[in-house]
Design a protein around this ligand. Structure first.
Ligand SMILES: Cc1ncc(COP(=O)(O)O)c(C=O)c1O
Length: 400
């Protein structure tokens, strides 16, 4: 039987096997251990065949206990039947798109997406004769008018980056289904703790778990969630492409999601308070932060998130580069970081990060000016965040 140490083995053999197997009471630990193993031993060929049948553990690229744990947690978070956990948000997005398209297909996508998702459409899928058209998903007539006979996917984000636009997911799902297409929604900014697109009619929800879901800025990870049938298709592709999440990241993200409900509530409340304070600042031209009252289709009131939601906001200041630099250098608590969704407040500058590959004219037409700053609000004490921003604005833009 596997795991029995033979006293006759030589020293070198013993070094390889001693301590590798336990027959003590090691099951049911309070926290799931990290299963850092490329493979699981099988007892014999019957055991191997049985594992194939029941989806047991053999090789890490196919299955790993930490990934299973994360898949199950994602099913709960997004209200789906099945999930795959991926090496990044981009891995989840690309696996979902490739698994559901073939040459000659058409995708209708929202026009204000995470920049690298747009690159997947324009630079990767186009090479395989999958064409993408962009529409304004907050304008359903625009969406309807751009559907084609060969449209197989409608693609949007629950809250678009960085201007925080909010499309009507239920209506987009209806349009997709009337036309024989599926709706894929990127829920990274909201997470299933605030909006569950699958419950609103979406077929697949993708997440960058790197952001709010994990919330600790220490793991890159992603997931796709949907029906058993759609996820089986993506799982089969994932095994071939190797886009699976590693055990340690899966473990970290499970740890992070345990406190998601508490974090997003606090982040949303802090973001609403900061948005209100920035609105009053004479140095801020415009603040972008959605109000639940404007989007009744995202009825999350039952989750007690108050009148505003989402930890993301953007605001526009004077485009003067020197003043913007002085503002950033004057921030004490919040720091510039090319990520979002962590427990600390961070800032980024879309023209040089998420939208750096979008030509300036196009970017400006999307409403992303050279004075736009994006904020991911953390779980600090509300008055400390507000003080930090108002202080830095005064230092950079106030009368000298
Ligand atoms: C909305 C959105 N989707 C997807 C991604 C990609 O996620 P990852 O960096 O985990 O690949 C990001 C990254 O910022 C994002 O903001």
């Amino acid at each position: 039987m596997i795991g029995k140490i033979d006293e006759q083995w030589g020293f070198g053999t013993k070094l390889l096997n001693e301590g590798a197997y336990f027959d003590r009471e090691t099951t049911n630990p309070e926290a799931l251990p990290i299963h850092m193993s490329t493979a699981h031993n099988v007892n014999d060929l019957e055991d191997l065949e049985r594992r194939y049948e029941v989806g047991g553990y053999c090789y890490n690229r196919n299955r790993n206990p930490n990934r299973t744990a994360l898949n199950e947690l994602m099913n709960c978070l997004e209200g789906g039947a099945a999930s795959i956990s991926c090496s990044s948000g981009m891995a989840a997005i690309s696996t979902a798109l490739i698994a559901n398209t073939k040459a000659g297909d058409h995708i209708l996508s929202d026009q204000t997406l995470y920049g690298e998702t747009i690159e997947i459409f324009e630079d990767i899928l186009s090479k395989y004769q999958v064409e993408t058209t962009f529409a304004d998903f907050t304008d359903l007539d625009d969406v309807r008018s751009k559907i084609k006979d060969n449209t197989v996917i409608l693609y949007t984000e629950t809250v678009s980056n960085p201007l925080i636009g909010v499309p009507d997911i239920s209506a987009a799902a209806e349009i997709a289904h009337e036309n024989g297409a599926i709706l894929i929604v990127d829920n990274t900014f909201m997470t299933g703790a605030q909006v569950q697109p699958l419950k609103l009619g979406a077929d697949i929800v993708v997440n960058s778990l790197t952001k709010f879901a994990n919330g600790h800025s220490d793991a890159v990870c992603g997931a796709a969630t949907g029906s058993e049938e759609l996820i089986r298709k993506m799982y089969n592709l994932q095994v071939l492409l190797g886009t699976q999440a590693d055990p340690f990241s899966s473990w970290l993200v499970c740890r992070g999601i345990r406190t998601l409900n508490l974090r997003v509530k606090r982040q949303s409340e802090n973001a609403a308070a900061l948005a209100a304070a920035l609105e009053k600042s004479p140095y801020v031209k415009k603040v972008f932060h959605p109000s639940l009252a404007d989007h009744p289709q995202h009825d999350i009131a039952e989750r007690e998130f108050g009148p505003y939601y989402g930890g993301m906001l953007s605001f526009e200041v004077d485009e003067d580069r020197d003043k913007m630099n002085l503002f950033l250098r004057s921030m004490n608590l919040a720091h510039y970081a090319m990520t979002l969704g962590g427990y600390r407040t961070t800032l980024s500058y879309p023209p040089l990060s998420s939208h750096s590959n979008v030509p300036e004219e196009e970017r400006k037409a999307m409403g992303i000016s050279n004075g736009l700053l994006r904020v991911s609000v953390g779980i600090e004490e509300e008055q400390d965040i507000i003080h930090d921003f108002l202080n830095a604005l005064e230092a950079a833009y106030g009368e000298k």
